[in-house]
Design a protein around this ligand. Structure first.
Ligand SMILES: Cc1cc2nc3c(=O)[nH]c(=O)nc-3n(C[C@H](O)[C@H](O)[C@H](O)COP(=O)(O)OP(=O)(O)OC[C@H]3O[C@@H](n4cnc5c(N)ncnc54)[C@H](O)[C@@H]3O)c2cc1C
Length: 435
């Protein structure tokens, strides 16, 4: 079967070195001819000496940036440099929640743009990322919290984003497992974003990688960037474990390692690295069909299609690059879990892991030029970087291709910290561990 190109927005076909289009017909045809026609989802090229754009980090943001550079802006002389295999960073370690229920209007606009891109993503990529808009339900437990959530929901509605107030009866109907009347933190109600939900995280990495590779992007795995070379005030390329690779533009999309990579270029970022843990239970029959967030602690949970409960809480709260996490936070998360959903006390947790997070000084991300010409930063994602992958990739690609910020990401520049224009999403000040 001859592979079909991914259509470009202009309608003109893109040149293809393709793994082929996935469809029901292809599945049937391959079944009939002994599965002989499949090719690897993305190519494994050797690095070339130089590219127009080198993206460091093969996580969600790096791969999405590469894809949109090629697909939307026609820039295909691009390499994504990843130190390990694809998908083992935070893109494959998160709790898969997507939503746009933020408080600060510029953040609502940015995350809503991302949610809209999620809604068409599988079609755009020709890849099943299991986008599931099952709704995200945030519970409140005090009147003050209700007022705060109401303010947030009103901000969202003013910007045309879906937010629905639900009373206790509706919460009971949506989550029969929840104990609404526990003496300490009774549930008074909640806010539902019906379009929020989950997306299969590693499929996002695979889908973007496949589509970018099909458009000619080189994805170089097992290649660590060990230095950033500069000539005066301009970046000229990256030193790697597979040799020097020259570039007109270098984009850092390395999630929890942003400070370390920026330091290689002589830059100090307003970012700290922290660990965030996640947990998965044994598989259960369907018991939870929304994404549920507890308001009296930091606890969120959804049920995967395999049946496991996927849940997490807050960052551990100390600076680290260890992808582990410690027991006190595991205890806090499980305490919140059984307070809200007492039946979970009998459920076995199968797996636990940690991911290293860039926590910025205002809780909002950074998509920006840097003081070094040709060096672009995509980082500072805090808790929200998975849901932001489509918008983050699109806006970073826009910044690289057009040399001006995308309108929905103009507030995410690095200069805001020096200029006092911070986007303090939670209103807690310059304390990364509180965001
Ligand atoms: C436990 C947990 C739960 C989370 N839950 C959610 C959630 O439910 N919803 C949400 O929106 N967000 C969530 N997040 C946050 C989200 O996962 C991250 O913000 C986002 O994935 C980060 O962007 P990324 O995918 O590009 O990062 P990554 O996948 O980490 O990509 C960065 C890549 O850079 C590579 N790299 C680093 N240094 C180098 C180097 N020197 N050379 C080459 N490559 C390098 C790494 O190997 C890595 O693959 C969660 C995070 C964690 C840890």
């Amino acid at each position: 079967m001859s592979p079909e190109p991914i259509p470009s927005p202009s309608g003109s076909p893109a040149p293809v070195r393709s793994s082929g289009r996935y469809s029901l017909w292809r599945l049937l045809a391959e079944g009939l001819r002994g599965q002989q026609g499949w090719r690897p989802a993305w190519r494994k090229p050797h690095p070339r000496p130089a590219y127009q754009v080198v993206i460091v980090g093969g996580g969600g943001h790096g791969l999405a940036t590469a894809f949109y550079l090629a697909h939307e802006f026609g820039i295909r002389d691009v390499a994504v440099i990843e130190r390990g295999p694809l998908g083992l960073g935070n893109v494959g370690r998160n709790t898969t929640i997507v939503r746009s229920n933020y408080f600060q209007p510029p953040n609502i606009r940015f995350y809503e743009y991302s949610l809209k891109l999620w809604e068409g993503l599988e079609h755009t990529l020709n890849f099943n990322a299991m986008v599931s808009q099952r709704g995200t339900l945030n519970l409140f437990h005090t009147e003050a919290q209700r007022d705060l959530f109401t303010r947030r929901a009103n901000q969202m509605r003013l910007l045309g984003v879906d937010a629905v107030a639900v009373d206790r009866d509706e919460v009971r109907r949506l989550v029969p497992l929840a104990d609404l009347d526990n003496g300490r933190y009774p549930v008074l109600g909640g806010f539902l974003q019906p379009r929020g939900g989950t997306v299969r995280h590693d499929a996002v990495a695979w889908g973007y990688a496949r589509a970018a590779s099909n458009l000619g992007v080189d994805i170089i795995e097992h290649c660590e960037v060990t230095g950033i070379r500069r000539d005066g005030g301009r970046v000229t390329g990256v030193e790697t474990t597979r040799g020097f690779i020259g570039a007109e533009t270098v984009c850092l999309a390395v999630a929890g390692s942003s400070s370390r990579l920026a330091a290689q270029a002589g830059l100090k970022l307003p970012i700290e690295s922290h660990v965030l843990q996640a947990f998965v239970s044994e598989a259960l029959k369907p018991v939870l069909d929304v994404v549920l967030t507890y308001g009296a602690g930091h606890f969120y949970v959804s049920q995967s299609d395999k049946g496991g409960l996927v849940f997490g809480g807050a960052i551990d709260g100390y600076n680290t690059y260890g992808q582990r996490g410690a027991l006190p936070m595991a205890e806090e998360v499980t305490a919140a879990a059984v307070t809200l959903l007492p039946a979970l006390a009998r459920v076995k947790v199968l797996r636990q892991w940690g991911g290293v997070m860039d926590m910025s000084m205002d809780g909002s991300p950074i998509i920006s030029h840097t003081p070094l010409a040709g060096l672009i930063l995509n980082g500072g994602w805090c808790y929200g970087g998975f849901k932001a992958i489509p918008a983050g990739g699109m806006c970073t690609a826009h910044l690289i291709a057009r040399d001006t910020p995308h309108p929905v990401a103009a507030h995410l520049d690095l200069e805001r910290f020096a200029a006092g224009r911070t986007i303090d999403e939670r209103g807690v000040g310059p304390f990364p561990y509180l965001h």
